[in-house]
Design a protein around this ligand. Structure first.
Ligand SMILES: *[C@@H]1O[C@H](CO)[C@@H](O)[C@H](O)[C@H]1NC(C)=O
Ligand SMILES: *[C@@H]1O[C@H](CO)[C@@H](O)[C@H](O)[C@H]1NC(C)=O
Ligand SMILES: *[C@@H]1O[C@H](CO)[C@@H](O)[C@H](O)[C@H]1NC(C)=O
Length: 319
């Protein structure tokens, strides 16, 4: 599938911005890699939760070396591929099960259905919002301090790690554009909603910085209006995607880019990068076929899965 190249393109862009080079073998470029996000990069954190946003059973993982793991995907996630490119021998473990020395190379906190806002995804049951993901990172740091036994060393260590943060998809899919469950679209205009999301995201990213993160890649939101789920729910007025949703998401992205600039310009040592998903994944909306439209009187989980599918992850058997 042509689009299977996209995760690679995405991580190359990321590595470029972080001024790293791809090593084929040898030591990892960075000592550790921490992942914050939603179903696009969740690797098992929801498995033990009471939630519909859980996928630790087939056919998920059919192309993955370890079978179903809780990845919302047939194969590897973008975070898995990025970890490989960074030179890590093993996948970064999920916070839910990482123990002991596991955490030295980083932890994955991502959770399907989770959002910037605490209530986002509530209708599916358990999920780990970004605030809780950051709280969990605090727990990891105390464990690191206990393992490394030298506060200054840990602080320095954390400043050398790579961090990726990709949030916001569910604040639209599983909040703003589910008016039967959430009042947000009645309370806020799309522009106001983007503004309050960014305001909260700003605080959350600042928390991450305060925890010692310096090299942080922040992913924008993709073309959610082109996902089969939204195409089935909303009229497109004859075009390929639901323009209204893509426009709303762009209001968020437009504010996110200056936020990243703000961090770089105002916080000492910050090396934040904005990853423009739109320019990378502007995919072929015709892939959203009729068959999928029929599935579409949706559970939120299906919405998540539809989004995940769009990553077109291909060849998880490589490893
Ligand atoms: C369809 O077009 C009408 C009129 O231009 C507009 O008000 C409406 O928001 C559009 N619907 C969507 C889903 O984009
Ligand atoms: C923060 O960064 C922005 C650019 O993103 C700049 O315009 C502004 O002056 C900076 N503020 C401070 C207090 O340094
Ligand atoms: C992202 O890329 C798209 C397509 O290249 C562009 O239209 C958009 O303005 C970019 N968004 C931001 C926030 O830079």
């Amino acid at each position: 599938m042509a689009c299977s190249i996209k995760p690679w393109l995405m991580v190359s862009v990321l590595l470029y911005f972080l001024e790293l080079q791809i090593l084929v073998r040898g030591e990892p470029h960075v000592p550790c890699y921490f992942i914050f996000g939603d179903s696009l990069v969740d690797n098992g954190n929801n498995n033990a939760l009471t939630t519909l946003a859980k996928v630790n059973f087939p056919p998920y993982g059919i192309d993955f070396v370890n079978g179903p793991t809780g990845r919302f995907s047939n194969g590897r996630t973008t975070a898995d591929i990025l970890g490989e490119l960074l030179g890590f021998d093993n996948f970064i473990p999920p916070f839910a099960t990482a123990r002991g020395q596991d955490i030295l190379k980083g932890v994955n906190y991502a959770s399907g259905a989770a959002g910037i806002r605490a209530e986002t995804g509530r209708q599916v049951g358990g999920r780990i919002s970004l605030d809780i993901q950051l709280f969990n990172h605090g727990i990891t740091i105390s464990r690191l301090v206990a393992l490394q036994r030298n506060l200054a060393y840990t602080r320095d260590y954390l400043s050398k790690c790579i961090y990726t943060v990709g949030m916001g998809n569910n604040d639209y899919l599983n909040n703003y554009y589910l008016p039967q469950y959430y009042p947000t679209s009645r309370v806020f205009t799309p522009d106001q909603y983007a503004a309050i999301l960014i305001q909260q995201y700003w605080k959350q990213l600042k928390t991450l910085y305060n925890y010692g993160a310096r090299k942080v890649a922040v992913f924008g939101i993709g073309q959610l209006g082109c996902t089969p789920a939204e195409l089935a729910l909303y009229s497109t007025n004859g075009s390929a995607c639901v323009q209204m949703i893509n426009d709303a998401v762009q209001l968020f992205n437009k504010r996110l880019k200056p936020l990243v600039d703000y961090f770089n310009n105002n916080l000492s040592g910050a090396k934040f990068t904005y990853i423009n998903i739109t320019s990378i994944t502007a995919g072929d909306p015709s892939a959203a076929g009729d068959g999928e439209k029929k599935e579409a009187r949706l559970s939120a989980v299906q919405r998540e899965i539809f989004v995940s599918r769009r990553r077109c992850e291909g060849d998880g058997k490589k490893k």
